[in-house]
Ligand binder design. Structure first.
Ligand code: ADP
Ligand code: TRP
Length: 351
């Protein structure tokens, strides 16, 4: 029987991808391209919702992202790879969906306030030590209204559009995107209710086995926390980062028994080491020192990272191939997007 499932996902080109992006989402893209019809895109418009005044690296980051995807194993023969802004139908449908999306849903979006706080922290970085915490807090309150642009508040509407425009059944993302996906589902229900139409479908999230990859410090790996290992990072730099990783602070000597829960090194053994159960037992029994444990982890990571970096270098040299992929991808994505857009316009009685 023909597979009717459609998969859509995107990532914002706000910097280089990291292992959190890889194990939380990208590894799933690679698997899903063999199973369903897939659309994967560089969410450059979403990057603009926060970095509208720092666009100098936007085009480069977009290219780097596609190179990482190819090195990770995405194959343009098996899936459609494109840049969001190359599909103008997305912006048009987003305008229409925005007409009936209640403001309250967007203001309640948990990532809205979280990201806004990050923006404000960045703006006032370095001023915290001047005893001006209160003043900063006041300014921050004013900034909330100044910095939160229309586009930023509308982030979930645009994200819903990316998904709904291709009638996606599944959306592979990390844990942190679940709230956004819930808004997409709410938008579909509201659309169906108002226009009595089934032109839009409710998508479901797909998580990987590691939906929240920890960073070097044990918090969620994220660009904004500066705790990442980037895709394409050179081995020496990865080695230094692994050797400096956060471990159980109560373990003082190499042969002290320790608790691997919450240890970043162990979290990565779980990803890279087939025999992580033994590692866990050894750690609890005090049979393995942290330095040795880190060295072992690095050796395991190095094999995969080295192979990835070699593939990456080859793709990075072929600009023409990259352009061709994005051109063909945009054509295919536009064709799929145009169909849904015209259905929606029809049910909304647009002439
Ligand atoms: P960042 O937090 O570094 O800015 P993005 O928000 O651009 O990353 O994430 C792109 C994709 O990668 C999303 O699907 C997101 O859920 C996933 N992702 C990001 N960080 C992690 C992580 N630490 N663990 C699992 N998935 C992640
Ligand atoms: N919001 C996602 C992120 O920060 C990126 C994104 C934009 C996305 N549109 C999407 C993910 C559609 C899945 C489907 O990572």
């Amino acid at each position: 029987m023909e597979d009717k499932n459609i998969v859509v996902s995107g990532m914002r080109p706000t910097g280089r991808l990291h292992l959190g992006n890889y194990f939380g989402a990208l590894s799933n893209f690679v698997k899903l391209q063999n199973e369903h019809k897939c659309f994967f895109f560089v969410a450059d418009l979403h990057a603009l919702t926060t970095a509208y005044d720092r666009t100098e690296n936007l085009a480069l980051n977009s290219k780097q992202m596609v190179i990482d995807w190819l090195a990770a194993g995405l194959d343009p023969k098996k899936c459609t790879i494109f840049v969001q802004s190359h599909v103008p139908e997305v912006s048009e449908l987003a305008t229409l969906l925005g007409m009936f999306t209640p403001l309250g849903w967007l203001l309640r979006n948990p990532t809205y306030k979280e990201q806004l706080n990050e923006l404000i922290k960045k703006k006032y970085a370095g001023q915290e030590d001047k005893g001006a915490a209160q003043k900063i807090a006041m300014l921050a309150e004013q900034d909330l209204n100044e910095m939160a642009s229309f586009g930023f508040l509308g982030y979930p509407v645009l994200m819903a559009t990316d998904i709904l425009i291709h009638k996606a059944t599944y959306v592979p993302v990390g844990q942190d995107q679940i709230a956004h996906l819930e808004i997409a589902r709410d938008i579909v229900r509201r659309f169906s209710d108002i226009y009595k139409s089934d032109a839009l479908l409710e998508p479901k999230p797909l998580l990987t086995k590691i939906p929240k990859v920890p960073g070097l410090d044990g918090r969620k790996m994220s660009k904004s926390y500066g705790n990442t290992i980037e895709l394409g990072e050179d081995l020496e730099s990865v080695r230094k980062k692994v050797m400096a990783m956060f471990t159980d602070p109560n373990k003082k000597k190499a042969n002290d028994p320790a608790n691997p829960d919450g240890c970043a090194v162990f979290a990565f053994h779980k990803i890279y080491n087939k025999d992580f159960a033994k590692k866990e037992a050894d750690c609890r029994a005090g049979a393995c020192g942290c330095v040795a444990c880190k060295k072992e982890l690095f050796e395991l990571m190095a094999v995969e990272i080295d192979a990835f970096n070699k593939r990456r270098e080859a793709f990075a040299k072929d600009e023409a191939y990259l352009q061709q992929i994005l051109k063909e991808g945009a054509l295919k994505a536009r064709e799929s997007a145009a169909k849904t857009l015209s259905e929606v316009k029809k049910v909304m009685n647009i002439l």
